[in-house]
Design a protein around this ligand. Structure first.
Ligand code: ADP
Ligand code: MG
Length: 403
């Protein structure tokens, strides 16, 4: 059984690919080419929409967007990942009005316009080595790459000076908000803000602690390779089904729990008052959903403490506890995710968990760097034994944000 590794491209290679797609398929030369990464969330899952804390890093895998301004309001889009050329007038964009993959791109232009920035029509080409629909946030990578390409092409000043080179974290936060609006309102995907903040605001060689209440970001030291460890990402390739409905149900459950407890969000429930709070929730399911959120936010605090103390290995047990909570209390795992985690731990991983929204998608395992291949092999073997489709693997040193 062979283990498939999904390598990342160099920035230059990915940029050149996107530029070539623009020329080949739309017959125009690029004004700008920019890129943005996918992400893995190290810990802090399904808490972004309840005011929680997350700890993401950027992947070395990026989505590249080559873009040329137009003199009119037309948007024409091509992608190396799809044959479908997507075309629309910017003025026709509105919530629910259009569909297709191009809404992730055009939606960002729409949202920037809504925020008062001057953005016109453009031709753009996309190429990407971020796995699609794998819970590694190819959608946010596409939005974020579009956002930074538009900043350069239209010389936008987000308050820190014109162009991408001047973007500070506050300006990046504005772009992240525009990308969230594109995904929520134009693409119609009811996701929290974790993915877009990760792609735009992560820091190379670190994780970021994202406070989903006020949007504040703080880099947290996280460099597994420096201590002989590595973050192995397992794309389970499990088919997603009913995901949107399940996500919405989880969101509603957390909102219901907060309402019952009379708090604005579940972040407001102190960890040491959890038992008393849970006793006030009559519904068994809602109670478990709330328990996941409150314990997960506490695990993020503990993770930050161990990482601030330089103890990367200390993250392992917290990751595994997070998975158990997502499996048993939040119920967003599938057999492929559980198998990946169990097999990784049995093969010597220090910790493992699903990452992203769940119901398929990816898992991560903290492994000794020289054992990454053996752990990947053990997971591939476990998948084969159960008759699952072969998983794919990549390793994820914390990489650079959109730019
Ligand atoms: P994830 O973000 O976990 O990868 P999503 O379902 O949120 O999965 O987003 C995947 C969608 O984003 C794709 O179905 C497609 O519409 C769009 N997309 C992402 N990357 C690209 C790309 N390189 N080219 C075209 N569309 C893309
Ligand atoms: Mg997505």
């Amino acid at each position: 059984m062979s283990v498939e590794r999904l390598g990342s491209w160099t920035r230059e290679d990915g940029d050149a690919r996107a530029v070539a797609v623009l020329t080949d398929r739309l017959g125009v030369a690029a004004d700008v080419v920019r890129s943005a990464p996918g992400r893995v969330n190290v810990i802090g899952e399904h808490v972004d929409y309840t005011g929680g804390l997350c700890l993401p890093t950027a992947l070395p895998h990026r989505t590249h967007v080559a873009l040329r301004r137009r003199d009119d309001d037309v948007v024409r889009l091509v992608s190396a990942q799809t044959d479908e050329t997507w075309t629309a007038e910017l003025g026709d964009l509105a919530p629910g009005a259009l569909s297709g993959w191009g809404v992730y791109v055009a939606g960002v232009a729409w949202a920037l316009r809504q925020a008062g920035f001057t953005v016109g029509g453009f031709d753009a080409a996309v190429d990407s080595c971020v796995p699609f629909g794998a819970g590694l946030s190819s959608s946010a990578a596409l939005e974020a790459a579009t956002a930074v390409a538009l900043v350069d092409a239209f010389d936008l000043d987000l308050g820190s000076g014109p162009g991408v080179r001047n973007l500070d974290d506050a300006a990046r936060a504005i772009l992240a908000t525009a990308c969230v609006r594109a995904e929520n309102e134009i693409a119609g995907a009811n996701t929290g803000g974790l993915d877009q903040a990760s792609s735009l605001r992560c820091v190379e060689g670190a994780a970021i602690l994202l406070d989903c209440r006020d949007g504040a970001v703080r880099p947290v030291p996280f460099d597994p390779l420096a201590v002989g460890l590595d973050l192995l990402v397992i794309d389970t390739r499990a088919p997603h089904s009913h995901v949107d409905g399940e996500y919405s149900a989880r969101r509603v459950a957390t909102e219901t729990a907060a309402e019952l407890l009379g708090v604005p969000d579940l972040r407001a429930v102190p960890f040491d008052e959890l038992d008393a709070a849970l006793a006030r929730i009559g519904d068994r399911v809602i109670r478990r959903r709330a328990r996941h959120c409150v314990t997960e936010i506490e695990r993020v605090r503990e993770a930050v403490a161990v990482l601030d103390g330089g103890d990367v290995a200390g993250l392992g047990p917290l990751m595994t506890a997070s998975h158990v909570s997502l499996r048993d209390d939040f119920e967003v795992t599938v057999p492929e995710l559980d198998t990946a985690v169990d097999a990784a731990l049995a093969a010597g991983a220090l910790g493992a968990r699903m990452t992203g929204g769940g119901f398929g998608g990816s898992a991560i395992a903290l492994v000794r760097a020289d054992e990454a291949d053996a752990v990947a092999q053990a997971i591939a073997d476990a998948f084969a034994l159960r008759g699952f489709a072969a998983p794919a693997f990549l390793t994820a040193p914390p990489s650079a944000p959109a730019g």
